[in-house]
Design a protein around this ligand. Sequence first.
Ligand SMILES: Nc1ncnc2c1ncn2[C@@H]1O[C@H](COP(=O)(O)OP(=O)(O)O)[C@@H](O)[C@H]1O
Ligand SMILES: C[C@@](O)(CCOP(=O)(O)O)CC(=O)O
Ligand SMILES: [Mg+2]
Length: 413
Amino acid sequence: MDLPFVVSAPGKVIIFGEHAAVYNKPAIAAALSLRTYLLVTPNEDSELIRLEFPDIHFNKSWRKDHFPWDQKPNYNGKPSLSQELEPELVDALSLFLADITSPFHYSSAYTFLYLYISLVSKTVPGATFSVRSTLPIGAGLGSSASISVCLATAFALLDGHISKPTIGRDERTLSESADCQFIEAWSFQGEKCLHGNPSGIDNAVATHGGAVMFQRKEGSMPSVRTSMRNFPSLRLLLTNTKTARRTATLVANVSTLVTEFAKTSEFILNAIDSLTREAYILMTKPVLDAEARRRLRELIRINHGLLISLGVSHPSLEKIRMTADLLALGETKLTGAGGGGCAITLLKESVEESKVLELVEELENEGFETFETTLGGKGVGATFNPTLDPSEFIKMDRIQIEHNVWSSDWKFW
Ligand SMILES: Nc1ncnc2c1ncn2[C@@H]1O[C@H](COP(=O)(O)OP(=O)(O)O)[C@@H](O)[C@H]1O
Ligand SMILES: C[C@@](O)(CCOP(=O)(O)O)CC(=O)O
Ligand SMILES: [Mg+2]
């Protein structure tokens, strides 16, 4: 595999159904124009593996012959959805990474090594792996899924499990290729390293792009991913509380609640199931008229109320919702795991731009960060032999990455 190359995968916005998705209920999500980029460059010392993760202030080098290769999983092809992480490899890596104390650093290094040892042969020369996100990290926008897809894709390319992508940026095909399925399956293993018990919607959207209704099934039954090809244009304001949190913790807290209040939780999860299905029907109508848009906003409000009941809101999220409610510009819900992170406000179509700017100004005065973003973008892609200087790449800001990296010749699977 000729180096250097860059792979990239999008983040996502879950519009309906987060957390319920973990309990096999449907959820609706769309790819974001904010993405993660992984630059792979050759090392002079082919025994060395170097990580450069400046977004989380983490750099690390290992000699690859020190890796626990004897625990390399031996299943060929892609793991099934019910395939749990290999306990022997998990144990060996927890020993190998014992010197890393930060949970953010640990989970990134653990995911990197779990996927590298699983996918890359010992004989493949070492390289330097530099990761940058234009996504806010730990903010409910699927940064874990986008890095999992980037790692799975880069390693699958390095070891020849998949071919180079061929689909052009402007081609509309939502690829269902075997390579895409391979990437999705292995990035799900990456999400397991990062989330513990993921539904699979985040890495599915990061792999395939577009917008989907996604439903995980029991056991090894394949998930159902329905592409929403005529995704309606929605006026969504994305606001980041900038309150850091870890999805794994929030998902675990909901699991405790579901165990402790099984019957009540079942009603909450079934209510989210019902509203997500109703939203899907509205969003796939040929025309989203004013009445349908009003009902969608109501469903946003109801979904958020149910997420409060699951214990995953946060005072900062409620502050965003209150600010938007006082201006009566639309309805607001948290997106992703909650506990901080981001909220989305589905604005009324009739709202004047000046009113939206007033809301943005108020939110930013309260210390929040708002994003204009487009939904339904491209999934995982790659560009080869980029004229990128790794030392420059790790210092670029969001605009520079989008101008200097995303603007080059990308191909998709
Ligand atoms: N650019 C990045 N560099 C290094 N690690 C990253 C990056 N983006 C995401 N991660 C990993 O993913 C974790 C965030 O995943 P998660 O808690 O699920 O939040 P979210 O998916 O909502 O962004 C981070 O703590 C880090 O371990
Ligand atoms: C809470 C959940 O529904 C979405 C998590 O999204 P994020 O990691 O907060 O971006 C978990 C899942 O579906 O895997
Ligand atoms: Mg995540």
